[in-house]
Write a protein of this length. Sequence first.
Length: 124
Amino acid sequence: MNKSIQNAQDTLQRFQSSFDRSGEGVKQTGKPNYKDYVKAEKGQRPPNFTPKGAKRASGIPVNEQPTKVTPAVDKRGNPIPGRDYHFKDGKIIREHSGGHTYPDDPSQNRGSHFNDVHGNHYDY
């Protein structure tokens, strides 16, 4: 199976498990409500591909401002293009303005995006 198809199926499964059986409410896990992940028409950007979408999925009010903004760093502590937006309760939305490039697997390449606290990507 194509790796990107498998990743999409895994993501869908995580989103579906984030709402209760009736589909009406989010479980107390803090995961996003599936209704926030609406598909757009072909060629149109889905509404969750925004900083607001990253906030909603992280349980951060859309109008809440960060308490601190710091330069982005990778897992080794090296600076990378982008910023980390720190919110109440220790939640962080990461802006990766430089995107990611994977020479060994170009299907995983991604342009500028935000990451929510669950590791989901929100392209811009």
